[in-house]
Design a protein around this ligand. Structure first.
Ligand code: ADP
Length: 714
């Protein structure tokens, strides 16, 4: 209400909590009661008070206490909050579902659906905001993209950095940029204050406080005009700066509520956690009363989908006296409508089983859960320096993750957590996982920094500085992609790459495809869109099904390899006008993944137009590509420009050895080239299980690789 905010500004009296507006319909009233019950609610005034005098707040609270949904609403009517509120999320699923929830709580339409909408979101390949958006949920990557256009974030009054405990590379970059901006950027913001709230379920508060305070100390030292000096300040500049700003950072702890959760371990380790989870799901289902949903933590889309199939198969055989069971997958690439289903209450006499990646660990809170089944594993990006590649490896979680997962069972009542590992295994887990920035390829991060004007990356304020060696390696890769000039500054190609929402290698492929003749950019966009989803072809379990699928897919298979096969699949699907679901079923293609591919290609198309890589007249309605050897070669050569280091040649013994590093790499069994011998291969993904595999493979000529490896000077 208006009167209230001016009162706050003039009298500085602690505001009362907002009263429900008269005439709220029953649904909003229920939502309001729900909000008032959240553990964070009593702290609303305290948070507002602290942020009036301080610019930085570290806020720690148990998952589900209401941080992500409530804090922006608490700040919305503050006198200093004249601009918008940005709130970052590590995952798109969370950004979208939070925006939807908060729009509902505020009684506002969502995103771009209406000009009156106050709450929106922005995630890769999907931007949904209105001219009046005040609260914007966005992925970390999107905030970094916005900083490219507007380095001082002038449209925002506050940036809330959520889920910092996940310590993604992007969050570390954001913290560094924000620290610089707070310490040195007030002139660029024309004096408008910027408030930063850093939120976490488990943060190391001290490290964050020190990190931000160090920024001020440093700025004071290097810039004598940075802040007004106090009278007390004279000769000892160092200590004065420290004293001036030692209390710049406010901290706030929210006491969570958690019911007791019993932990049950496996008596002996299991090889197959999908099987083990299946057993426990049905044990719970038979023994435990309703209501009480089950949340299962798995490693990725692949394991989620295979358990989903198994639960559905067994679920179909349940007798009429047993309640129904409803399996609901939850992973990043899931289309929105399917994601929303996990938040809806289970239908009558039905138990929900949510099969999730670690999204549900802290990012998304699923209501109704009483039982957690924890595989103890997660997929983690890891740089494998021997191969010079990032790959996703299945790794044991940290103790801190296991504790978070267990906590999901005790939010609404006492619960049980089944750990699919032994107590001894639990004891041997690492306390915390290593921040991503210390274990993965930094070329993307570095390109982003260069594009934002950081000339000396070694001096960038990192919460945990990566090794010099890792930074240098990334620099080399960017040089090889011609994203940087010889003097280390960003090139035009590099800037275009940075503006595309893709990793540097894929970005380079797009930029290259726009340059080569043969007009193959539209084809390359379709392939790149597929490489951005986990897999469009359904991975089948039984031999019989596998053969059936192979037969059905034969029409799509291309001898040149997987990339052209993907292209054929996208074109076939896109050309289908009447029943795409049936088309997908016929070819054993995932309809879900294809819907995502369609979204991504549309967005990439638009972005390429904005970057003038595609003419305005270009249309998505491309005709089914007619076969042309020259065109295929142009497509593959574009891919090579981004992935020249991901190549291997055939050796006399029939194995493939990488051109760089001479390591053995096998063609993944899922590839159309599996078992074939060709002169050389290019792979755009690398997986490591029992051995090293290239996935998504195309046949290439050795000469082409030489061409791509020879740095094309700009
Ligand atoms: P935190 O950020 O502290 O983890 P949140 O603000 O995300 O907490 O969640 C607060 C509460 O709001 C939780 O109980 C959660 O179940 C509920 N909630 C959040 N998003 C949704 C949604 N999209 N649909 C229904 N309930 C939601």
């Amino acid at each position: 209400p208006h009167g209230q905010s001016s009162l706050k500004a003039t009298s500085n009296v602690a505001p009362t909590t907002p009263k429900p507006v008269k005439g709220l319909n029953a649904k909003r009233e229920a939502l309001f009661r729900f909000r008032k019950d959240l553990p964070i609610w009593p702290s609303a005034d305290g948070i507002r008070q602290l942020l009036r005098s301080k610019n930085i707040m570290i806020l720690v609270g148990e998952t589900g206490s209401g941080k992500s949904t409530q804090v922006p609403q608490f700040l919305l009517h503050e006198a200093w909050c004249t601009g918008a509120i940005a709130i970052t999320q590590p995952r798109r699923v969370a950004a979208i579902s939070l925006a939807r929830r908060v729009a509902e709580e505020m009684g506002s339409p969502l995103g771009s659906s209406s000009p009156a909408s106050k709450v929106g979101y922005s995630v890769r390949f999907d931007n949904s905001v209105s001219a009046n958006t005040r609260i914007k949920y966005l992925t970390e990557g999107m905030l970094l993209q916005e900083m490219l256009r507007d380095p001082s974030l002038s449209s925002y009054s506050t940036v809330i950095v959520d889920e910092v405990h996940e310590r993604s590379v992007n969050v570390d970059l954001i913290l560094g940029f924000l620290r610089n901006l707070l310490a040195n950027g007030s002139s660029k913001r024309k004096g408008k204050p910027l408030k930063v709230v850093v939120m976490s379920a488990t943060a190391d508060v001290e490290a964050l406080v020190n990190f931000f305070n160090a920024g001020f100390t440093k700025a004071e030292k290097s810039n004598p005009h940075a802040a007004p000096k106090s009278i007390a300040q004279d000769d000892d500049a160092d200590t004065t700066a420290q004293e001036l700003h030692a209390d710049e950072v406010a901290t706030c702890h929210i006491q969570g509520r958690l019911f007791p959760v019993k932990v049950v371990y496996l008596p002996a380790p299991t090889q197959d956690f999908v099987e083990a989870a299946l057993k426990i799901i049905f044990q719970i289902h038979y023994k435990e009363p309703l209501p009480g949903d089950i949340l299962v933590f798995l490693t990725g889309q692949d394991t989620v989908e295979s358990l989903e199939r198994l639960v559905n198969e067994y679920g179909d055989t349940l007798g009429p006296e047993v309640p129904k069971i409803l399996a609901l997958p939850l992973f990043a690439a899931l289309p929105q409508a399917a994601q929303q289903k996990v938040f809806q209450p289970a239908p009558f006499k039905t138990r929900k089983v949510i099969l999730s990646t670690n999204i549900a660990e802290t990012s998304v809170t699923v209501p109704g859960v009483r039982y957690v089944i924890d595989s103890g594993k997660m997929k983690m990006k890891q740089f494998r320096s021997r191969l010079g590649l990032d790959s996703l490896l299945v790794k044991p979680v940290s103790k801190s993750s296991a504790i978070q997962r267990k906590g999901r069972a005790g939010r609404e009542a006492a619960g049980i957590c089944f750990r699919l590992y032994t107590e001894k295994d639990y004891q041997s887990l690492e306390q915390n996982s290593i921040p991503e920035i210390l274990r993965c390829d930094l070329s993307d991060a570095l390109l982003g920094m260069k594009a934002r004007g950081v000339s000396n990356v070694l001096e960038f304020p990192f919460l945990n500085p990566p090794s010099r060696e890792a930074l240098e390696k990334a620099l080399l890769q960017l040089l090889q992609l011609s994203a940087l000039g010889d003097d280390g500054s960003i090139s035009d190609v590099g800037l275009q790459m940075a503006k595309l929402p893709l990793n540097p290698a894929l970005g380079r492929v797009i930029v290259e495809a726009a340059k080569v003749e043969n007009d193959c950019l539209a084809d390359v966009i379709d392939i790149v869109a597929c490489l951005n989803v986990e897999s469009i072809f359904i991975n089948l379990m039984t031999e019989e099904k596998k053969e059936e699928a192979e037969e059905a897919r034969r029409e799509l298979f291309r001898r040149d390899g997987d990339h052209l096969t993907l292209l054929a699949a996208v074109r076939g699907y896109a050309a289908e006008q009447s029943d795409r679901k049936a088309w997908a079923r016929k070819y054993f293609v995932s309809h879900r993944a294809m819907q995502n591919v369609m979204d991504i290609r549309k967005q990439l198309f638009q972005q390429c137009k904005q970057l003038k890589l595609l003419p305005e007249s270009a249309s998505l309605e491309v005709p089914a590509t007619t076969y042309s050897e020259a065109r295929n070669a142009a497509i593959i050569k574009s891919l090579l420009r981004g992935f020249a280091t991901n190549t291997a040649r055939l050796t006399p013994d029939g194995s493939y050895k990488t051109l760089i590093g001479n390591q053995t790499v096998a063609i993944h069994p899922s590839s159309v080239l599996f078992g074939r011998r060709v002169e050389a291969i290019l792979f755009t993904e690398f997986v490591f299980t029992s051995k090293s595999y290239g996935r998504n493979v195309s046949a290439v000529r050795l000469g082409w690789i030489d061409e791509a490896l020879a740095n094309d000077h700009l």
